[in-house]
Ligand binder design. Structure first.
Ligand code: NA7
Length: 544
């Protein structure tokens, strides 16, 4: 694309910026690279004081990947892939953050990234066909396009309990962990939450804290992670596999390098068990995502697989009281995010680690010295760690005051029902693109970098198409958005995940309208549909 395309654009008020990207995480970094390749002027505004998005913010003890490092990757450059070396199968947060900094340096991205700069509002200005964007630094930008790469799980649920500000000890949300770390050695530490995050925190702090009290509302199914430090031979082996990953991951169901090989119905009970054991031993998300696809849709199959995992958990705990608190009883395996863990259950066998059930006796308040439950019991604590999760999917976008055509507010729009066209755009919000947004494959239903790369490439090609054809504005029609939502809902209705309460359906946030946030029809089907649209000249999208 040549720069003459840019000249066709209506004059912006005081800026030459074509594209503003929000967020310098896995998605935003790649989008900046793509925009440059298209010859467009682009900048990133990043709220954090460092690069990495999720991997900058989530620096709590024990944070690490659940995807395997060699496949949690950009696949557009073999050189970029080969010149970074992963030390272990499931990398730590620090290593992933270092990798993203390596990517930013290798692609010379830093000069176009404004750190410590949160976008606070973005208002569409129909008179100049640009967005007016305000930042936390008091600056105003007027880009033609906004690409919001804010993250699927980046709006933390921080203010959850009365009295939080009165607590005299240290209180942290896991996604706002202090850059300087926290010295919790020997202290009385309380952890609220046992999702993927809480599990990692507990297993990391059990050997460190004086007393570790874990407040458990809904237990998760625990799948043991088999992590290994890579040898030189293993490093060369995974690097040599680049071309295969490049070919296979983007067209796979979930962006992982495994897929179910057998159908449950075709096998004998013995053979099913053999496969379950083999997948369990693999120590990865394979058990969830690639043992038997039926576990996502068939209640009977799901019940049998749930029973398999429960039995493993009970055997590890060998303690009826702990099993009662820590083994899920009222929802099926894989209908919530399945975390990998490494000694999480065994941590509770240590004398300094305590499990406190808070479903029927919920946390009522934070007192100056601890946590108080509804029945009046007080747990005295020096530090409270809130592993309470996120306003997933919508949260990071809705925390920015987006105003589309005729002042349409994104917050109001989504309060009525979460809706997007392919998770990429929305009717009423011209020239606003999103990645990792609702109704696209994401978070464990897709290995995020793989889906994000596809979305970013689609967006970059789309903007190029608009400009090369003399257009200024692109926006999906209300009809194509409605059709996508209907299709999404149809698929969602067939998966058990949509019937279980969790962040996947927005039920962890009071008042949030319920809808499965991630598209469950497969990243491959999603990709095919999006490419069809591009090949048709973006039918269903209004370009003018
Ligand atoms: P999750 O999976 O949403 O987990 C949050 C946890 O916090 C979960 O156990 C919640 O219990 C618990 N929670 C939240 N509020 C409360 C209150 N008020 N009282 C007690 N317990 C509470 O967030 P994560 O950060 O672990 O993981 C999010 C995703 O990030 C993860 O799935 C990965 O994809 C990466 P609940 O289940 O609601 O009963």
């Amino acid at each position: 694309m040549s720069n003459k395309i840019i000249e066709k654009a209506p004059a912006g008020a005081g800026t030459e910026l074509d594209v503003l990207i929000i967020g310098a995480g896995v998605s935003g970094l790649y989008q900046l690279h793509l925009m440059r390749e298209k010859g467009l002027t682009a900048r990133i505004c990043e709220a954090g004081s460092g690069i990495g998005g999720t991997w900058f913010w989530n620096r709590y003890p024990g944070a690490r990947l659940d995807s395997e490092s060699p496949s949690y990757q950009y696949l557009f450059s073999e050189e970029l892939y080969r010149n970074w070396t992963w030390s272990e199968r499931f990398a730590t947060q620090a290593e992933v953050e270092a990798w993203l900094n390596y990517v930013a340096d290798s692609l010379a991205l830093r000069q176009d990234i404004d750190l410590d700069t949160a976008v606070t509002s973005a208002v569409w200005d129909e008179s100049i066909l640009r967005w007016t964007v305000q930042t936390s630094r008091g600056t105003t930008l007027r880009p033609r396009f906004v690409i919001a790469c804010c993250g699927m799980l980046s709006a933390p649920l921080t203010d959850q309990f009365p009295g939080q500000t009165l607590f005299k000890g240290q209180i942290f949300h896991t996604a706002r962990w202090p850059a300087t770390g926290a010295n919790l050695a020997g202290k009385r530490v309380g952890v609220i939450g046992t999702g993927a995050t809480g599990i990692q925190v507990v297993q990391a702090l059990a050997p460190v804290a004086g007393e570790l009290t874990v407040f458990v509302r809904t237990p998760h199914y625990a799948l043991p992670m088999q992590n290994v430090q890579y040898s030189a031979v293993e490093i060369e082996a995974y690097k040599s596999n680049f071309r295969a990953l490049q070919d296979q991951l983007p067209v796979s169901f979930g962006g992982f390098d495994f897929a179910p090989e057998y159908a449950w119905a075709d096998l004998s009970p013995e053979k099913r068990l053999e496969i379950l054991e083999a997948c369990y031993s693999d120590g990865s998300l394979k058990f969830w995502l690639a043992s038997f696809a039926e576990l996502f849709v068939d209640e009977e199959v799901n019940a049998e697989i749930s029973a398999f995992i429960r039995a493993k958990m009970r055997a590890r705990l060998n303690d009826d009281r702990l099993s009662e608190i820590l083994v899920p009883a009222d929802y099926g395996f894989g209908t919530r995010r399945v975390p990998l863990e490494n000694g999480f259950l065994e941590a509770f066998l240590q004398p300094n680690v305590h499990a406190v059930p808070v479903k029927s006796n919920p946390i009522a308040a934070v007192t100056p010295t601890g946590l108080q439950l509804a029945d009046g019991t007080v747990h005295e604590l020096d530090a409270i760690i809130m592993a309470t999760g996120f306003d997933a999917g919508t949260g990071a976008f809705a925390r920015i005051d987006f105003r589309g055509r005729d002042g349409l507010s994104l917050r109001d729009h989504w309060q009525k029902g979460v809706s997007t066209a392919f998770g990429l755009q929305m009717n009423g919000f011209p020239n606003l693109f999103m990645t990792g947004a609702p109704l696209a494959p994401s978070a464990a239903l897709c290995n995020m970098p793989i889906c994000l790369q596809f979305q970013n490439e689609w967006i970059a090609d789309c903007i190029e198409h608009v400009l090369e054809n003399g257009g200024h504005v692109i926006e999906p029609t209300a009809q194509i958005e409605r059709e996508w939502v209907e299709h999404h809902d149809l698929v969602a209705a067939s998966v058990l995940m949509s019937k279980t309460d969790s962040w996947y359906v927005g039920s962890n946030v009071a008042g949030k309208p319920r809808r499965l946030l991630a598209y469950a029809g497969g990243a491959d089907a999603y990709r095919t549909r999006c490419l069809e649209i591009a090949e048709s000249g973006y039918s269903g999208f209004d370009i003018h």
